[in-house]
Design a protein around this ligand. Structure first.
Ligand SMILES: [Zn+2]
Length: 315
């Protein structure tokens, strides 16, 4: 049992329940909700609350919101959404892949200081504290600014003990370099989750990351490029290999698809084609596939419960 930061204050891990470990409740770009709310559709708060109430009614208790500052994080929106929907929300600190010019000039330790303050004191003048750290690299590999963020995240972990989620590009095995940097920084890899790991079906690479001690984010559903069925076959293979409790299964689903009609993230039309169920897609589509493949009810019932809790507890 561990106490973690949720947007409404301390949350005991025994109360996390069914948890989606990588989602986006409202994502856009840095400062958009606070400065240019016009570009988001009017009434987005009520859409968010309705969607989260649907998730809660469908059995989702906790959502980890992976929206960093550069993805348009707004902790006041998250707090109101949590209060009105009854879903626990854990927000993050760190950085995604947008690189402001100042980042090349700032030191690793100074950057880490900012992340530590967001975990210990609060974000943007509030007392809303981050519960998870995030760093990111994509197709181009670990770029210099991203390495700086990654090392700052590692140092903030050493100070605060909170876990780390890593946005990675699994088809290019970018995790190999990210894990090497985390090792150099002395981060215990059982506190690290390598995200978007179900964007590949290269099981050998996934086993390698698990053998390093990491958790894997099997967190894109329905996702693109790899079919939901292929993703679920990979999930099944990892469960069969005994890694059930180290797989953070989630959607990486952004409700911004509803609140910015001309969003760069994707239109409502596209959404209708891919995901009719929002945060309940895994329960409604993936679990039946696993059942069909012969996974037991006991295991299915634990998938969204045990791994997230253990990840936050550092088990
Ligand atoms: Zn994401």
């Amino acid at each position: 049992m561990t106490t973690i930061n949720s947007v409404l204050g301390p949350l005991d891990t025994s109360r996390m329940g069914t948890t989606l470990i990588h989602e986006h409740i409202l994502s856009s770009s840095t400062g958009i909700p606070q400065n240019y709310p016009e570009v988001l559709d009017r009434g987005y708060m009520s859409i968010i609350v309705r969607k989260l109430k649907e998730a809660k009614a469908g059995g989702i208790d906790t959502i980890v919101d992976a929206t960093t500052l550069d993805l348009g994080r707004d902790v006041n929106v998250l707090t109101e959404a949590s209060r009105r929907s009854g879903v626990n929300i854990i927000c993050c600190t760190g950085w995604w892949t947008e690189k402001p010019r100042f980042l090349s000039g700032v030191s690793i330790d100074k950057l880490a200081k900012g992340f530590i303050r967001e975990i210990r004191e609060g974000i943007a003048g509030t007392n809303i504290k981050a519960g998870i750290l995030k760093a990111a690299s994509d197709k181009a590999g670990v770029l210099p600014e991203e390495e700086k963020v990654l090392r700052a995240v590692a140092r903030a972990h050493h100070e605060t003990g909170i876990p780390i989620m890593i946005h990675s590009y699994s088809p290019g095995q970018v995790g190999r370099r990210q894990i090497a940097i985390l090792k150099e920084e002395g981060v215990p890899l059982n506190r690290v989750k390598m995200d978007h790991s179900n964007d590949t079906t290269d099981i050998e690479y996934l086993f390698w990351m698990l053998e390093q001690g990491c958790y894997l984010g099997m967190d894109r559903y329905p996702g693109e490029g790899v079919s939901p069925l292929a993703r679920t076959k990979t999930l099944k293979a990892l469960i069969d290999a005994g890694y059930k409790d180290r797989l953070g299964t989630s959607h990486d689903w952004s409700l911004a698809r509803y609140v910015a009609s001309d969003s760069i993230i994707g239109s409502t039309e596209k959404r209708k084609k891919t995901n009719l169920y929002d945060y309940l897609y895994i329960k409604k589509v993936v679990f039946p596939m696993l059942r069909e493949m012969g996974v037991s009810e006991k295991v299915i019932g634990s998938i969204l419960v045990d791994a997230p809790r253990k990840f936050f507890e550092g088990a």
